[in-house]
Design a protein around this ligand. Structure first.
Ligand code: PRP
Ligand code: URA
Ligand code: MG
Length: 209
C-alpha cells in the first residue's frame, strides 16, 4: 500500500500488544496511548526540514541545526485522539494543538462533526491529524476534508490501529496524505469495529461505556 507506513519499532509493537488486552485498566490504557503517541511522533517527524543556525557552545562557535519553518500543529480527532496529544507534545513542546470533534453514528457508521477549533494560520503549518483508530476511514477522511477546506496542504495522518477497509477508502479520498499506523489489522466486523483491534478506544481511554 503506497503512502501507508506501519511503524515497526519494537517498543511500539510491545506496548501495542499490552494496550490490546481487554483486562488493561483505563489508567494503564491512557499511559500506553501516551507513550505510543510519543514514539509514533519520533518516527513521523523523521523528514522534518532543518536549517542552519549559528551558536556558541562553551568551547567554540559552530553552525548547528534547528527545525525550520512554522511550528507544526497536532490535531486530535475527539475524543479518542486526545489520548495521543500529550505524548506527541512532549517531543514537540512548541507545537500548536487544534481540535476536531467527531463521533461515529452507531447505525450508519457515518462521522458527525461537532467541533472545529484550529489555529488561524493552520494553512501555513504542517498538520499531524491523530486518532488511534482508522476503521471505515470516514472520520479520518472528514478530518482531512475539514483541514483542506481551511487551506491546509501539508497533512500526515497518525493512528495506532488501521483496518484494511479504512486504509483503502482513505487512500482513494486523500491520496496525498500519508498514513502512519502502529498496526494493520485483519478486518472490520459487522458493527464497524476493527478485528482484532482494541475495542472502543474512546471508551477505554475515558472509562465510559
Ligand atoms: O474510521 P471510522 O469508521 O470513522 O471510525 C473511527 C472513529 O471511531 C472512533 O471514534 P468514536 O466515534 O467512537 O468517537 P469517540 O472517540 O468520541 O469515542 C475513533 O476514535 C475514530 O474517530
Ligand atoms: O474498533 C474500533 C472502531 C472504531 N472506533 C473504535 O474506537 N474502535
Ligand atoms: Mg468511541
Amino acid at each position: 500500500m503506497s503512502n501507508f507506513t506501519v511503524v515497526e519499532h519494537p517498543l511500539i509493537q510491545h506496548k501495542l500488544s499490552i494496550l490490546r488486552r481487554k483486562e488493561v485498566s483505563s489508567k494503564e490504557f491512557r499511559e500506553l496511548v501516551d507513550e505510543i503517541g510519543m514514539l509514533m511522533a519520533y518516527e513521523v517527524c523523521r523528514d522534518m526540514p532543518l536549517e542552519d543556525v549559528e551558536i556558541d557552545t562553551p568551547v567554540a562557535h559552530m553552525t548547528a541545526k534547528r527545525l525550520a519553518g512554522k511550528k507544526p500543529v497536532i490535531v486530535p480527532i475527539l475524543r479518542a485522539g486526545i489520548g495521543m496529544v500529550d505524548g506527541m507534545n512532549k517531543l514537540m513542546p512548541a507545537a500548536r494543538v487544534g481540535f476536531i470533534g467527531m463521533y461515529r453514528d452507531e447505525k450508519t457508521l457515518q462521522p458527525v462533526e461537532y467541533l472545529v477549533k484550529l489555529p488561524t494560520d493552520v494553512d501555513e503549518r504542517q498538520v499531524l491529524l491523530v486518532d488511534p483508530m482508522l476503521a471505515t476511514g470516514g472520520s479520518a477522511i472528514l478530518g482531512v476534508e475539514t483541514l483542506k477546506k481551511r487551506g491546509v496542504t501539508n497533512i500526515k495522518f497518525v493512528c495506532l490501529v488501521a483496518a484494511p477497509e479504512g486504509v483503502k477508502a482513505f487512500q482513494v479520498a486523500c491520496p496525498d496524505v500519508p498514513i502512519f499506523a502502529a498496526a494493520l489489522d485483519d478486518h472490520l466486523n459487522d458493527k464497524g469495529y476493527i478485528v482484532p483491534g482494541l475495542g472502543d478506544a474512546g471508551d477505554r481511554l475515558f472509562g465510559t461505556k
